[in-house]
Ligand binder design. Structure first.
Ligand code: SF4
Length: 395
């Protein structure tokens, strides 16, 4: 277990010095919110809403879009479309209804931005993903089979952009019917939950305001990370909103790094992952074994058992995530990093930033990751002991 703990801390340390930001400050209408990478005067009004509210609305849409294979491309798409729409006085985060009122212009801008981003990014993307530039596509949707690319722009625009923009609009409408006024209806709603973990779950499944199939589990936890760690939008500072109060958003980059480094195989056997459908034999590119990282959610470690970790784990699930009332005798794999890092100088956001930094700069989804330059090569099981974890598996 010492190796796993060491690895988690190493990754979090790398994340702390390589923090990633969705490029909101490059969005012209929000540029003046920022001093360096920090948002200044979060409670300052910008039109009818606080800066905090506007940024939260942007991040909610970004989290929904932030799926598929090219995160940089997706974030560039949202930035470009927002700049262009605001230039046309279509102020979708100040007046979400503008997106639908001017749907023709919204759709034209999404298509145009996609075309120019494809020209810039597709060759690099194809190289690191063993693919063809022509296959570059940022239009994705959740389906029962997982993430699928779609070509129908109306479906993509209304489902992926329209649903998250509708949440603050519906909150506004509901408040006005009750004759209540708020300068940050989305923030009030988000922070009405006991913890950031519960907020993440409710973002997806709340009966009235849940985004349902528009938002995956990874995306809802990514939103929590941005909200608490990256932009520190949270008013609440109690344990329920701490740096350890939400799960790591596991995506394919995170899954690949955690598999190759040996983290996943230290907490459960290959056989377990096959039984859970996390490792799907010969279902990946070129007949390799496919790692479907989202299937880890809720699965319990079959290997780790120590009293020390048990205390930390229970503190996480009872007092930080607030999803259990009684102590538990088993560990969900996805919550283990929280237990390792609890009360350290690193939060779960640092850990995720580290995974993203390594996954996108070194640990490519092909047979030739840049291991010799990778900052965790000395602790990486695949690099040190078993190359088959790189060669035979894909995400
Ligand atoms: S050493 Fe290689 S396989 Fe291991 S995490 Fe780094 S890039 Fe990935």
């Amino acid at each position: 277990m010492d190796n796993v703990v060491k690895l988690v801390f190493e990754i979090a340390k790398i994340g702390k010095s390589n923090k990633t930001f969705p490029p909101i400050k490059e969005v012209k209408p929000f540029h003046h919110f920022f001093i360096d990478d920090r948002i200044d005067e979060l409670n300052e009004l910008d039109g009818p809403w606080t800066r905090r509210e506007i940024v939260a609305r942007y991040l909610l849409l970004n989290a929904v879009l932030d799926q598929g294979p090219d995160v940089i491309g997706v974030r560039g798409l949202l930035k470009d479309v927002t700049n262009n729409l605001y230039k046309n006085e279509i102020r979708i985060f100040h007046r979400p209804l503008d997106f639908f009122k001017e749907l023709n212009i919204s759709i034209d801008n999404i298509l145009l931005s996609h075309k120019s981003i494809k020209e810039i990014r597709s060759k690099d993307w194809a190289k690191t993903n063993n693919s063809n530039p022509e296959r570059y596509n940022l239009f994705f949707a959740q389906s029962q089979r997982g993430l699928i690319s779609i070509n129908e722009i109306l479906d993509y625009s209304v489902h992926r952009w329209g649903v998250p923009l509708s949440v603050p609009y519906l909150l506004e409408k509901d408040l006005s019917i009750k004759s209540k006024i708020s300068v940050q209806p989305l923030i009030d709603y988000l922070e009405s939950f006991e913890s950031a973990e519960i907020m993440a779950q409710q973002l997806k499944s709340n009966e009235r305001y849940g985004l349902g199939s528009a938002l995956g589990d990874k995306a809802s936890h990514l939103f929590s990370k941005w909200y608490i760690h990256t932009f520190q939008l949270n008013y609440r500072k109690d344990d329920g909103w701490s740096e350890w109060s939400y799960e790591t958003p596991f995506d394919s980059n995170a899954g690949r790094v955690l598999f190759r480094t040996g983290f996943l195989l230290s907490v459960a056997d290959l056989r377990d992952y096959i039984d859970w459908g996390v490792i799907q034999k010969n279902k990946g590119k070129s007949g390799k074994n496919y790692i479907r990282v989202t299937n880890i959610r809720g699965k319990k470690s079959t290997k780790l058992k120590t009293d020390d970790l048990m205390n930390n784990y229970n503190e996480i699930v009872i007092h930080h995530m607030k999803i259990r009332e009684r102590i538990s005798n088993s560990f969900e794999i996805q919550k283990l990093p929280n237990a390792f890092l609890l009360k350290s100088e690193y939060g779960i956001g640092d850990f995720d930033d580290g995974l993203m930094f390594i996954g996108t700069n070194y640990c490519f989804n092909n047979e030739k990751p840049n291991c010799v330059k990778c900052p965790i090569r000395n602790s990486c099981y695949a690099f040190q002991k078993d190359r088959s974890l790189i060669e035979d598996f894909t995400t």
